[in-house]
Structure formats: C-alpha cells, structure tokens
Design a binder for this molecule. Structure first.
Ligand SMILES: [Zn+2]
Length: 104
C-alpha cells in the first residue's frame, strides 16, 4: 500500500468519525454556535478542511477538534488513528488496542 492509499484511507476514516459526531448529536449543545459548527463539519466531510476559510478553521478547531479528537492515548501514549477516534472519545481518550480501553 502506497502513501497515497494510506492518506486516502485516513481521510475516509476522518469523515466517518465526523459523521459519527453529527449523527450522535455530539455537536448539539443548545448553543447558538451549534449550527455553525455542524455546518462547518458537514463542509469538511464533503470538501475537506482545505475548503474552510481561516475563520471557519478556527471554529472547527475550537468546537470540534479540540473537544473530540484524541491525539495521544491516555493509557499507552500511542497516536490514535482516525479509525479509532470515536471509540477513543467514548472511552475517555484511550486507543482500541490496549487492555486500558474500557470501551471494548
Ligand atoms: Zn492505548
């Protein structure tokens, strides 16, 4: 598998993760910003982060990435791939591999 395949898969996994957040209502907090965050997230799913304006990127980072994305597993410190991002969020920040993950 070449780098481009890996990149394409990660992009797909990222889209699935963002769709999970929307579908399960995690972006709806009853705040005025919700609609904006959801619209921006839908745009990222459809056209990628590169399509966002600088202002939209700030909102996307603050409302979505900073809140829901686990960069490092809290249990073992490994990088969490996009394919494991949703279970990692549900389990409080642990990857899907270690026994420290209560979600599995
Ligand atoms: Zn881990």
């Amino acid at each position: 598998m070449g780098m481009s395949d890996k990149g394409a898969n990660q992009l797909k996994d990222k889209r699935v993760f963002l769709r999970d957040l929307i579908d399960h209502g995690y972006l709806e907090h009853g705040r005025p910003n919700d609609r904006v965050a959801i619209r921006i997230t839908r745009q990222v799913i459809a056209r990628g982060e590169a399509s966002l304006s600088p202002n939209q990127k700030r909102v996307f980072k603050r409302e979505v990435l900073d809140v829901f994305v686990t960069v490092e597993c809290k249990g073992c410190g490994s990088n969490v791939p996009w394919s494991e991002m949703y279970p990692a969020f549900l389990s409080g920040g642990c990857c899907a591999r270690g026994s420290h993950n209560l979600y599995r």
